[in-house]
Design a protein around this ligand. Structure first.
Ligand SMILES: NC(=O)c1ccc[n+]([C@@H]2O[C@H](COP(=O)([O-])OP(=O)(O)OC[C@H]3O[C@@H](n4cnc5c(N)ncnc54)[C@H](OP(=O)(O)O)[C@@H]3O)[C@@H](O)[C@H]2O)c1
Length: 226
């Protein structure tokens, strides 16, 4: 469970995990969903290593954590976004190559140009119908496409590139408690801080839910709303 709207709760000991001491409660609240999912994709299954290249779609909560974890492993990041302003924010966080997918609709071709025709090692795929085929075309031979979100809905994909280029398409559903603990150790060791967009007090919970919904629909949102 990622959010509890209660002042006091009783939980079994196995249902709670300590968070890194340098984080505030607000920062720690961003971890159980977006962060664990990104960690699962890049580190647990992706086995990301220094010198590899990852492609991150958009600047939402999952991909911003993926950006931080990729840089923590000294990987090269290709970041896409609909907004040049958000791309500059991503650059400030360490993104190496920036693609505005509105201005560059054939962004998979740009990924291939950036990688010298080889493709990326890992794609963090959140877009769904509008992006999945291009994500597959962006991966290297034997690369990994971590399927995390379906923002633009379901669609049909051509399975041929998966087969002919031995690409692994892996569904990711958040992550385990062990992954969460491993991620927290890395966050503590590197003093990493999440990108929080805004936090609300308990009294403003109703407003916060409405704000969070509108925040996620807004083209200008960057980071995680609590
Ligand atoms: N599988 C799981 O366990 C799991 C866990 C967490 C989240 N999710 C899912 O993963 C997705 C992302 O979550 P999130 O929390 O990061 O969402 P979010 O904060 O709402 O961010 C979504 C971002 O995706 C980008 N985007 C939207 N349409 C796009 C398109 N057509 N092509 C490329 N990028 C596009 C946008 O980036 P720009 O504004 O920069 O263009 C947007 O900010 C959601 O569908 C969510 O439900 C799944």
């Amino acid at each position: 469970m990622t959010a509890l709207l209660a002042e006091y709760v009783v939980l079994p000991e196995r249902a709670v995990i300590p968070f890194p001491a340098h984080l505030s409660y607000e920062e720690a609240a961003t971890l159980p969903d977006a962060a664990v999912t990104a960690w699962h994709a890049l580190v647990e299954f992706g086995r990301i290593r220094a010198g590899q290249t990852v492609l991150l779609l958009g600047t939402g909560g999952v991909c911003l954590f993926a950006l931080q974890f990729a840089k923590l492993h000294s990987a090269t990041v290709i970041q896409t976004s609909s907004s040049d302003e958000k791309l500059q924010q991503a650059r400030a966080m360490g993104a190496d190559h920036l693609i505005n997918y509105n201005n560059t609709p054939d962004w998979d071709e740009e990924v291939m140009r950036i990688t010298g025709g080889g493709g990326v090692d890992i794609v963090v795929e959140v877009g769904g119908a509008q992006t999945l085929e291009r994500s597959i075309r962006s991966a290297r031979f034997g690369g990994l496409v971590a399927l995390i979100g379906l923002i633009s809905g379901f669609g049909k994909i051509d399975p041929l590139p998966l087969m002919t280029r031995s690409i692994r398409l892996l569904g990711i559903h958040v992550g385990s408690a062990d992954m969460f603990r491993a991620m927290n150790r890395a966050i503590a060791a590197t003093a990493l801080h999440p990108v929080n967009a805004r936090a609300f007090t308990f009294e403003h919970a109703t407003y916060a839910y409405a704000y969070a919904y509108n925040f996620q629909q807004s083209p200008s949102h960057f980071g995680i709303c609590l």
